[in-house]
Design a protein around this ligand. Structure first.
Ligand SMILES: C[S@@+](CC[C@H](N)C(=O)[O-])C[C@H]1O[C@@H](n2cnc3c(N)ncnc32)[C@H](O)[C@@H]1O
Length: 202
């Protein structure tokens, strides 16, 4: 029996809980999740590269979701689903514990003003949630253009069950925001690679 039959039959855009449950990802194998996929370049590339994995993109801007859904159809990629959801709620309410093999966020909104730092996604609380949803030994990758946001995230890490590796990296993802920064002559980005070493209950 094809355990991914429900995936093939589902619409590309998943906008409510019913459609999510109909996906029935229990037996889908390796699941990768991109948070804030923007124009979807990296998500589409990964999905093409790994046709046996399931890719869930989460994005809160409906316009971008529709744009990327068209690209998914044009390229006939059957292993991508797009969640029209906020990434906080998606991980809180949709993904079960220990269900995801890889999470990544490229150039997440840095909210540079001090009074806005409360809107930053990768807080200690959110990192603990990501830990809970990841399978032990698996990784989350965050790449940012903002050294300040990178340092802030590093301070959030104690107690989140991750081993961290961080470094500066050259451009390599060819996403809209990476190109935007390159046009402004930024050519060094900040990479945080988190490996789940301990399971956190949330
Ligand atoms: C700076 S853009 C980067 C987009 C893309 N990753 C790139 O590299 O071009 C950040 C993206 O994250 C999305 N985003 C921000 N907060 C989000 C959230 N809580 N849930 C889902 N998407 C979110 C934004 O709508 C935006 O498309």
């Amino acid at each position: 029996m094809d355990t991914r039959a429900s995936l093939y039959e589902s619409p590309v855009i998943i906008a409510d809980r019913e459609a999510w449950e109909a996906l029935n990802l229990k037996d889908a194998g390796t699941i990768e999740v991109e948070i804030g996929f923007g124009s979807g370049e990296y998500l589409l590339r990964r999905a093409r590269q790994f046709p046996d994995r399931v890719f869930i993109g989460i994005e809160k801007k409906s316009g971008l979701i529709k744009e990327v859904a068209k690209k998914v159809a044009i390229h006939n990629l059957t292993n991508i689903r797009l969640l029209d959801w906020c990434a906080r709620d998606a991980f809180t309410y949709l993904f079960p514990a220990c269900s995801v093999s890889r999470v990544y966020a490229l150039f997440p909104d840095p909210w540079p003003k001090k009074r806005h730092s409360k809107y930053r996604l990768f807080s200690t609380q959110y990192l603990r949630l990501l830990n809970n949803r990841l399978i032990t030994g698996c990784e989350a990758l965050i790449v940012t253009d903002s050294e300040e946001y990178c340092n802030w995230m590093l301070k959030q890490l104690p107690g989140t069950g991750f081993e961290v590796e961080h470094s500066t990296i050259p451009p390599q993802f060819n996403t809209k925001f990476e190109r935007k920064w390159l046009d402004q002559e930024f050519s060094t980005f900040f990479k945080i690679l988190l490996k789940k070493t301990e399971h956190i209950e949330v």
